[in-house]
Design a protein around this ligand. Structure first.
Ligand SMILES: [Cu+2]
Length: 143
């Protein structure tokens, strides 16, 4: 006759991260579509300033090159930040995004809000003529 413990861990789903909803990015045109191309015809790099990124505002720089190494200047580039849910801290997943603007020679710049320190992934999505031509996921640890 064992004591019948209810294996019921009270995972209270509190929306602790209400902040998650506030992404204050002027004209942010965030794409939720995550259909990576089979063979991305573009090469994507992402750098943040500072490196590693910090909580709060970070400068984002993305470079896009085509298969032959030529800069791609006519793309729509966005960066989508995502942090997995943290059940121990009763935090739902967090995400927000930033649309970047072409500066020159296939370099795109913008500002991204990192909502808290910790592990994030940042997916750069590249579109041309409304069609996704590539995406790349970067692992970041924000301080
Ligand atoms: Cu979190």
């Amino acid at each position: 006759m064992q004591s019948q413990r209810r294996g019921y861990s009270s995972v209270t789903r509190v929306a602790a991260c209400a902040i998650a909803v506030m992404f204050s990015l002027a004209g942010a045109n965030v794409s939720r579509a995550q259909t990576p191309a089979e063979k991305p015809p573009v090469t994507i790099t992402l750098t943040t300033k500072p490196t590693p990124p910090k909580m709060g505002e970070n400068a984002l720089k993305v470079t896009i090159k085509d298969a032959s190494g030529k800069p791609v200047a006519d793309a729509d580039v966005s960066v989508n930040f995502h942090m997995a849910a943290m059940p121990a801290m009763k935090m739902p997943e967090m995400k927000n995004g930033a649309a970047l603007k072409h500066v020159k020679d296939g370099t795109y710049a913008g500002t991204g809000q990192v909502m808290m320190a910790g592990k994030w992934d940042a997916t750069v999505v590249v579109k041309r003529g409304g069609k996704e031509v590539g995406s790349k996921k970067f692992d970041l640890t924000a301080q």
